[in-house]
Design a protein around this ligand. Structure first.
Ligand code: ATP
Ligand code: MG
Length: 326
């Protein structure tokens, strides 16, 4: 059964600089108990999408059904009740800084009218689930980013949700901490049978824990399906671009590791000269520069390569990061 269904959802923001259509005819469904990923580049409409799921943002047209209920038809009180089933986790953790860890986790229980002693008992249990029972008396500033996100997950659990929406929940964390938080989310998904929607711009997050994925591109769902299928045989240009970015990132990591082992001065300045020569020539290639290394991504051949002499011809150089040329 679908726990979340979006049908032909359109959302437009009107601002000083005119209207921005953030979501265009978006349709997708999240099955009960699954971990569903939504991936896209910055500005693709991911946060708008996630805020539409609990109607924090109201679309101008389309249907949003959560556990079969059409959200727009609910009264204010009914909507508030329905929202209690949906917890959110954010990139910046959003903890109450004046409260200690235990009191942060108690917060949703207090709002739900649970007595203090019982709330503390439950909160401690959730802290145990996330491996932080020894930090109950600490304040958020005394914790690392990964630990703060664990508190946020414990707090989310305390509201007994059936759905957790994560908006870039690991984007502020290093790769190792990201992995531990993703493992925790998977545990939460399995042990509490909570459906999870993960919004991210990072492919590794999708491939690591998501069952299915939707690729969002300029407000539209470019394609959707099981993670393995979508990224093994991407049909949309948007999915291919994301795949290329992932390959580039992986190669960056690999080569950065190698560079660290190899203390010899690299030919970076040499490479740089060549990059300068190449600017303004356009073909479906992109070059990323991170640290000392330059990479070439060929969109045609779908592979990533280190900058080599013969491939330096006819390249379009994009500076300051990995960009696939559209
Ligand atoms: N409150 C707002 N008012 C006007 N425009 C907005 C508002 N929120 C988002 N937008 C615009 O809607 C589009 C989608 O924004 P959104 O924040 O959903 O993207 P995103 O995919 O979450 O990006 P990021 O990865 O950078 O967080 C962007 O063009 C953005 O500028
Ligand atoms: Mg966002």
């Amino acid at each position: 059964m679908a726990v979340i269904e979006l049908e032909q959802v359109n959302k437009t923001y009107s601002g000083k600089n005119g209207a921005v259509q953030a979501l265009k005819e978006v349709s997708l469904s999240v099955e009960e108990g699954e971990i569903f990923g939504v991936i896209g580049l910055s500005g693709a409409g991911k946060s708008t999408l996630v805020r539409c799921i609990n109607l924090l943002e109201r679309p101008e047209s389309g249907h949003i059904r959560v556990e079969g209920k059409e959200l727009s038809s609910l009264s204010g009180k009914e909507l508030r009740l329905e929202r209690q089933n949906i917890a959110m986790i954010f990139q910046k953790f959003n903890l109450l800084m004046q409260r200690n860890v235990l009191d942060n986790v108690c917060f949703p229980l207090e709002i739900a009218g649970v007595r203090k002693k019982e709330a503390r008992k439950q909160a401690l249990e959730y802290l145990r689930t996330v491996g932080l029972e020894d930090k109950a008396k600490a304040y958020p500033v005394q914790l690392s980013g990964g630990q703060q996100q664990r508190v946020a997950i414990a707090r989310a659990l305390a509201s007994h949700p059936r759905i957790i929406l994560c908006d870039e929940a690991t984007s502020a964390l290093d790769p190792q901490t990201t992995r531990t938080i993703l493992e925790l989310l998977r545990k939460v998904n399995r042990e509490y049978h909570i459906s999870i929607v993960i919004i991210t711009h990072e492919m590794r997050v999708i491939t690591e824990i998501c069952d299915r994925v939707a690729v969002l591109h300029h407000g539209r769902v470019a394609e959707a399906g099981p993670v393995q299928e979508v990224f093994k045989n991407p049909k949309s240009k948007a999915a291919r671009q994301l795949l290329l970015l992932k390959e580039t990132e992986e190669l960056e990591e690999e080569l950065t590791d190698n560079d660290e082992e190899d203390s010899e001065e690299s030919s970076y300045s040499d490479e740089n000269e060549h990059i300068d020569e190449l600017e303004n020539k356009t073909t479906p290639y992109s070059v990323s520069e991170t640290g000392k290394n330059s990479r070439v991504v060929s969109e045609d051949k779908g592979h990533t390569a280190i900058l080599t002499a013969e491939k330096r011809k006819n390249l379009h150089v994009v500076r300051g990061g990995a960009h696939a040329v559209g």
